[in-house]
Design a protein around this ligand. Sequence first.
Ligand SMILES: *Cc1c(COP(=O)(O)O)cnc(C)c1O
Length: 456
Amino acid sequence: MKEMPYKTYLEESEMPKAWYNVRADMKKKPAPLLNPKTLKPITKEELSSVFCEKLAEQEIDEDNAWFDIPDAVLDFYKMYRPAPLVRARFLEKALGTPAKIFYKFEGNNTSGSHKLNSAIAQLYYAKEQGLKGVTTETGAGQWGTAVSMAGAFFGLDTEVFMVKCSYEQKPFRREVMRTYGAKVTASPSMTTEIGRNINEKYPGTSGSLGCAISEAVEAAASKEGYRYVLGSVLNQVLLHQSIIGLETQSALKKLGVKADVIIGCAGGGSNLGGLISPFMGEKLRGEADYRFIAVEPASCPSLTRGTYAYDFCDTGCICPLQKMYTLGSSFIPSASHSGGLRYHGMSSILSELYDQKLMEAVSVTQTEVFEAATLFARTEGTLPAPESSHAIRIAIKEALRCKEQNSPETIVFGLTGTGYFDMYAYQAFHDGRMQDYIPTDEELAEPIKRLPVING
Ligand SMILES: *Cc1c(COP(=O)(O)O)cnc(C)c1O
């Protein structure tokens, strides 16, 4: 019998030609986005003042299952995709599990994560619309890097508001962005009204993602020919990220393997949503069954301890209201080392799937995550991003359950990126200085009291 390959690549010609919109197969759809002023479902026209037109269209379309990937985007994808589906044989061996473990590796590009999949799509539509440039925010820096790369490719201006603590802690991330031509500003800044207000109210603040979003939206709105782009949470981002799941689905088919458990880390939900969408589609249509597991940090547990309600996506309360599992837009998570997972809310698609019990969620602490990251690096060779290592932790847990139950299941998880810019985090772990912070019920109750009144 032929051995199963270590890595499975699709041929270029086998790459998906269209993105998949899982909302089309959901019987009960996610609740609509609301205009923050009128509290009525937001229209495409209203959304188009913030986002590019085509992206506004994708954002509210819950009926069309497939969107053609534009040729220019497909060509760009070919520079770093298809991404490999890797069999984690050495990890399996170290665990002594009868389970097969696969991971879909999205760290094969300079930005170091899956975020480039959506950045290139969003910048393409901005270019097509004849815009001059885009503004955005970045927390840990992966999204800002991805937008800078995509902006350079299409010759568009990019202005990135980088959360101040990252701006100071990750100077190399900042310089990568500047290499691609981006203007990088520490947030809160003095260049926007919201930034000045926050600086006045909280002198010396190290910033937050919600605040940087507000600044970027304001900066886009105040300049002719600019729009705002966002790297997670939104429906359009999950749509673009479906390329991850579609490739995974084709690669598994090629191997003749069916997944049983599919796992991903969840910040705003884009990589997990993208990975599971095509499989969730099969489940929703009654063609196959899977277990889906979202893994979030115990320090920012929006699914496992949040409230399902309408909330703002940003601190400045200018973005549309979205119904989602949220900790409240005024919740400021503790300074964790997984910057990409420090967001108060969750994609409305994933929130609805979770609410319908079609997906599970668990939370894990930082030290557990770095134990898993270290084992993974030592067995599989790849240095994982802290965010991705949340998924590794639960993949290992599932594999050990399979060992206990002598159950040869197939586990697939998303390895969203590499950890080269996260060595301070690894250092804290190695030196035994890493702390686990789990918010108390009282701390979580406060921001929930400040949810918008629309929730009744
Ligand atoms: C941003 C990021 C995440 C989390 O974002 P999602 O939108 O939840 O996917 C996970 N891993 C990496 C490497 C990231 O950069």
